[in-house]
Design a protein. Structure first.
Length: 204
């Protein structure tokens, strides 16, 4: 029995300390995911708390069909989806704002960048990745976070978002294309202004 399974069993038997240990183990993960979705600390904190409340209420229905961590990831994705639908949010940053990055950014390689992980490596900064993701339409933001950051399958995402696998793939393709075009645009801007960063990290 894993540590999570032991704590879950104790939680179901009414041990509040066991669930507190689970909260301490995963609340940071929930906050990080919520911040990706919602874009600001206040909403992310509220969403993480709501996810924990839902998890506590749903413990009796959790049958171990997936790991506890994956189950929590599904819950926080649903909480954030509900919040985005309620507020009908628009992207929080314009394309112009995305180019206003503190300090001279590194030149983007000419090769295709097709996933957020690759973007994070290319830009060497989680902040930049976060800004790019926040510029996506909410439905595209949902799928790229769930697929490329959280690692859910197309089928899992479709089930979570109540849409077809084809719709998931279409939204993911559009999101990746947006990110790739943005990075290419930045690279071209750097060329036009003559700003480059060499391998040693010095501007020239």
């Amino acid at each position: 029995m894993s540590a999570d399974e032991e704590l879950l069993a104790r939680s179901r038997n009414g041990d509040p300390e066991a669930f507190t240990h689970l909260v301490e183990r995963y609340q940071g993960m929930l906050y990080t995911i919520a911040h990706r979705f919602l874009g600001n600390p206040e909403d992310a904190g509220d969403a993480a708390q709501e996810a924990l409340v839902r998890a506590f209420k749903g413990l009796k229905d959790f049958r171990g069909q997936c790991s506890f961590k994956t189950w929590l990831q599904h819950i926080i994705a649903n909480v954030c989806r509900d919040e985005l639908r309620r507020l009908k949010r628009r992207p929080t940053l314009s394309l112009d704002a995305l180019l206003e990055i503190d300090g001279p950014p590194r030149e983007i390689p000419a090769g295709d960048v097709v996933s957020p992980e690759e973007i994070a490596v290319a830009r060497e900064g989680e902040d930049h990745l976060h800004r790019l993701i926040q510029a996506l339409a909410p439905e595209q933001r949902m799928v790229i976070i769930m697929r490329d950051i959280q690692g859910f399958s197309y089928e899992e995402i479709a089930s979570c978002l109540d849409c077809s696998v084809g719709t998931v793939k279409s939204r993911l393709s559009r999101a990746r294309m947006f990110l790739r075009r943005q990075l290419i645009g930045e690279r071209e801007l750097l060329k036009d202004t003559g700003v480059y960063i060499d391998k040693g990290g010095e501007g020239r």
